[in-house]
Ligand binder design. Structure first.
Ligand code: CA
Length: 230
């Protein structure tokens, strides 16, 4: 469980990072909005603790950008506001935040809110994912394209599920390795390339519209529209 803290005040950021780590969470700390957004998009993050007053990109802009991007649209966000003002709360919740706390807050309160949001999390996991003409039934582990059933091994399914549930997001080989194989990046990345090739043979080769795309030097992305040079 990795929590991303986006907080520019050095003391508060360090305090949150240390406290959440001691509470058993993995923690990534970003000191400004832009870095935070980048981490949320590129890494496996379960929840974002988002300060509203931030340099470079404020919390509202970060929140709007998270919600506008398929891979982070469902990511739970708890925002921290310095002022207990109704308009701040309304704005945050309208932009799609899941919860908020007014500074200063008790740390135990923050942890309690985080645990509640994370418990709610799995419910949001989609039981069905559709990308183009591909339908993935996550619970039954069945895949179809244009109604044609495709038989995958457990590992192929795990790989496809990872790519599909973060559709539109380029996933690095390192991330794929850690999520599907539980290996480190130092492991042979040929393993990942070979697995993607096998998956493509079943998912893409028989069909004119390709869904799994290579981003040279970056990794792989699953999406229905072959993106023009990104
Ligand atoms: Ca701040």
């Amino acid at each position: 469980m990795t929590i991303l803290v986006i907080e520019d005040e050095p003391k508060t950021g360090d305090y949150l990072q240390r406290g959440l780590a001691e509470s058993g969470f993995g923690v990534r700390l970003a000191r400004n909005g832009r870095d935070g957004l980048h981490i949320a998009r590129e890494e496996e993050i379960e929840l974002v603790v988002l300060d509203v007053m931030l340099p470079r990109m404020d919390g509202w802009e970060v929140l709007a950008a998270l919600r506008a991007y398929p891979a982070t649209a469902q990511m739970p966000v708890l925002f921290l506001t310095a002022r207990d003002e109704v308009q701040d709360r309304v704005r945050g919740l309208e932009l799609g935040a899941d919860d908020y706390l007014v500074k200063p807050f008790a740390f135990v309160e923050l942890v309690a809110r985080i645990r509640t949001l994370l418990r709610r999390g799995p419910v949001r996991e989609e039981a069905q994912i559709c990308i183009g003409d591909m339908e993935i039934d996550v619970l039954m582990r069945r895949v179809r394209r244009g109604g044609t059933p495709i038989v995958l091994t457990a590992q192929e399914f795990a790989l496809l599920h990872l790519l599909a549930r973060r559709q539109g997001q380029v996933l690095s080989r390192a991330l794929i390795a850690s999520q599907v194989w539980d290996m480190n990046f130092d492991s042979d990345t040929n393993v990942i390339d070979a697995a993607v090739r096998r998956l493509r043979r079943k998912i893409d080769d028989p069909f004119p519209d390709k869904l799994i795309h290579t981003r040279r030097g970056m990794g792989y992305v699953c999406e229905a529209v072959p993106a023009a040079a990104a």
